[in-house]
Design a protein around this ligand. Structure first.
Ligand SMILES: Nc1nc2c([nH]c(=O)n2[C@H]2C[C@H](O)[C@@H](COP(=O)(O)OP(=O)(O)OP(=O)(O)O)O2)c(=O)[nH]1
Ligand SMILES: [Mg+2]
Length: 320
């Protein structure tokens, strides 16, 4: 038997049906990561473009032709015996009816069910990328609780599913009161992330937590402070913070400032090239923040980002 190559480039398909369900297949027990469920796909041949490899692997494994393909996330991951670069694409249309053409079992599952299924360790950020939307709404810096409440509820009614309650102008007691009202009133599909200290999070089990980069640094080397079923995110500004966020088990990160912003006009921006590089090296979904508008979304996703996080861009553009 030949030795395993040290590094493989893998094209992976998250095949999504109209009802939102996702196709999983089971890896043969004698393969690397054998016996686990996976997203279909396989290794690029030498010199083969990744999208061509994706179409070929899906044809070979499932006997379908993929037609609508968008980048979802790319993950470099070191297994004890192998380095993999998983380039993951969302496939939303195809022709034919998928079947396990290599005899492999198949199942369609909801994004929520993915948490319960044994997948290879490299796949955790793929699951998070599937479960997260492409827009992360950060509330604007207002001092009026009523206006904030109405704005967040309107945003959720308009389809915003991921919202960070960031209100530096509110007194802490007013902030927590507003957070509790929103946690009670938001639809189950909306995920609300709070800012603040751990005790306030521990008494609010439905809330997610968005850590500042200072908090992230303070947690370095420690266990994930919230259980796996709660959203944990962190504000990152460089490669080191992204690595800390990943080591702490954060579900996603924001990376900022990508472009100069009206709120921080003098902060040096990363720029698109560096943001792309940092995102590619990260092992978790990354939202780009700073000067981002809804119109940037396509470019951000094509550059490997999960999507955009924005205050002005999303709140005022009345995407809400
Ligand atoms: N297809 C796929 N591979 C994954 C996932 N997660 C993960 O760590 N991997 C790893 C396992 C393998 O080391 C590598 C994929 O290789 P593969 O065995 O599917 O390659 P292939 O289809 O070309 O198969 P073969 O020709 O070697 O039989 O990526 C996943 O979700 N889907
Ligand atoms: Mg395969």
């Amino acid at each position: 038997m030949s030795a395993l190559p040290k590094s493989v480039h893998v094209a992976v398909a998250v095949i999504t049906a109209a009802d939102g369900k996702i196709l999983l297949t089971r890896r043969a027990s004698d393969k690397h990561q054998g016996g686990l469920w996976e997203f279909p796909g396989g290794k690029c041949e030498p010199g083969e473009p990744v999208r061509a490899a994706l179409a070929r692997e899906i044809r070979e494994e499932l006997d379908i032709e993929i037609t609508t393909v968008e980048p979802l996330i790319s993950i470099p991951y070191q297994y004890p015996d192998l380095h993999v670069l998983l380039e993951v694409f969302r496939v939303t249309s195809f022709t034919g009816k998928p079947r396990g053409a290599e005899g492999q079992p198949m199942q369609w599952v909801t994004p929520g069910q993915l948490d319960e299924i044994p997948l290879p360790a490299a796949n955790r950020p793929i699951v998070r990328a599937i479960q997260l939307p492409q827009q992360y709404l950060v509330t604007p810096d207002l001092s009026d609780s009523r206006q904030l409440y109405q704005g967040v509820m309107a945003a959720a009614a308009g389809g915003s599913r991921l919202i960070q309650l960031r209100t530096p102008q509110l007194e802490r007691a007013d902030y927590l009161k507003l957070a509790d009202r929103l946690l009670a009133d938001l639809p189950d599909t909306a995920m609300l992330l709070l800012k603040g200290e751990l005790p306030d999070l521990l008494t609010r089990p439905q809330a997610g937590w968005h850590l500042t980069s200072a908090q992230l640094r303070a947690f370095a080397g420690q266990e994930r402070p919230l259980p796996a079923n709660r959203w944990l995110a962190a504000s990152c500004h460089d490669a080191e913070e992204l690595a800390l966020a990943q080591a702490l088990g954060c579900d996603f990160a924001t990376l900022s400032p990508v472009q100069p912003t009206a709120s921080h006009p003098d902060a040096p921006a990363l720029g698109l090239e560096l943001a792309t590089k940092l995102t590619a090296a990260a092992q978790l979904p990354v939202f780009w923040l700073g000067g981002m508008q809804a119109s940037d979304l396509e470019h951000v996703c094509a550059s490997g980002g999960q999507g955009i996080a924005a205050i002005r861009g999303l709140w005022e553009a009345e995407l809400l």
